[in-house]
Write a protein that binds this ligand. Sequence first.
Ligand code: IFM
Length: 455
Amino acid sequence: MTNVDTQSTTRFPEGFVWGAATAAYQIEGAAYEDGRGESIWDRFSHTPGKTANGDTGDVACDHYHLWRDDIGLMKELNLQAYRFSIAWPRILPQGRGRPNDAGLDFYDQLVDGLLEAGITPWVTLYHWDLPQVLEDEGGWTSRATAEAFAEYTRVVTSRLGDRVKHWITLNEPWCSAFLGYRIGHHAPGHTSTKEALQATHTLLLAHGMAVPIIRENSPDAQVGIVLNPAQIYPDTQSEEDRAAAHRFDGFFNRWFLDPLYGRGYPQDIAELYGAEGPRTLPQDFEVIAAPTDFLGVNYYNPTFVRHSPEDEPYHIASVRREGEYTEMDWLVYPQGLYDLLQRLHRDYPTGLLYVTENGAAYPDEPPRDGRVIDTQRLSYYAGHLDACARAIADGAPLRGYFAWSLMDNFEWAFGYTRRFGIVYVDYATQQRTIKDSGRWYSQVITQNSLAVSTG
Ligand code: IFM
């Protein structure tokens, strides 16, 4: 393969789950087929100026048609589990109401195909592709969207709950709320703090409403939510920098984790948000804190912050540290994953932990003689898996790891300009090629250990 120094002899515990992850809008394509409704990402990506090169998910990796081949790839990679998401607009084109049989059939066959291949399906119910009709009625800022999500959950779990035993309600609600309604970098592209906070509340409520429905329709299932918690470090140990890091932790992490684990919204942050805070009902908090079995952690990079009086209103500035950066301009820092896993398990009753996404974008060369040499990605994985192993050795209840991503795909506002796959996709031909990182990962899976050759 390639010359990366991964000297580790680390073994993972028996039963550790090895997988890879994707999301519907990023890979499926077939945006107008078989009765699928419009999603906010169809609308957003077709709006000029919103994505790199005007890229859309219309075709993406054409997984909707190539899923059998893709299961073949997963087998070649020795994957034990595959995390994918269901496109809500394929199931309920109008957001609620009459289900679309063709959409349900697609996922039904995919699940059966995975099980036949000996691969455990891990299903995410919502990975950002809200039906546009619901957005037109207020989207995640409207409480009715949580009710629609509960209805959608009921439809999906009634159909797949007998065979799917690992369910994730939401992927990264921070992104849905803040990238979508505050920063505007994601669909639906709004820029209001008040909307983002209301959207957060609806998303958390939707999660809480969905949990008992999943349990009812999928007995013995493991149910969880996936967050993208930040591992935050103060730039210096000064009191002011540490206070800034604590505030940032409040905005980014505690605002989600505290209500999910029964503590309501953190008071210090609620005070800073003031009148922009969400409208809530007292009974919401019990719903949101529905007991779950695991927390999914998506980790890519750490966050360093400092106190900055000129940055109104919260006086926090991010700090760029020296080091290696990926093509996303994200610092490579495996220790952040170790620290994050320890912190989550120390501060919250998370139940089991799974790394549900971790990976890196680098500008790969197209395959030559059937090979893609992606040394940097391979070493990124090696470093982060080593951090996982150390976290387990030091007591974190980490039970599995999913590489992001199974294959190169539509990276949201970056379109097709960022490649995260362990499989290379030639978008013109839909040809897939397992990269060196993928070959290395498949050996790690087989050995259940990092003691595999990379040379
Ligand atoms: O591609 C995304 C994914 O959809 C959610 N988590 C982060 C990934 C990389 O940006």
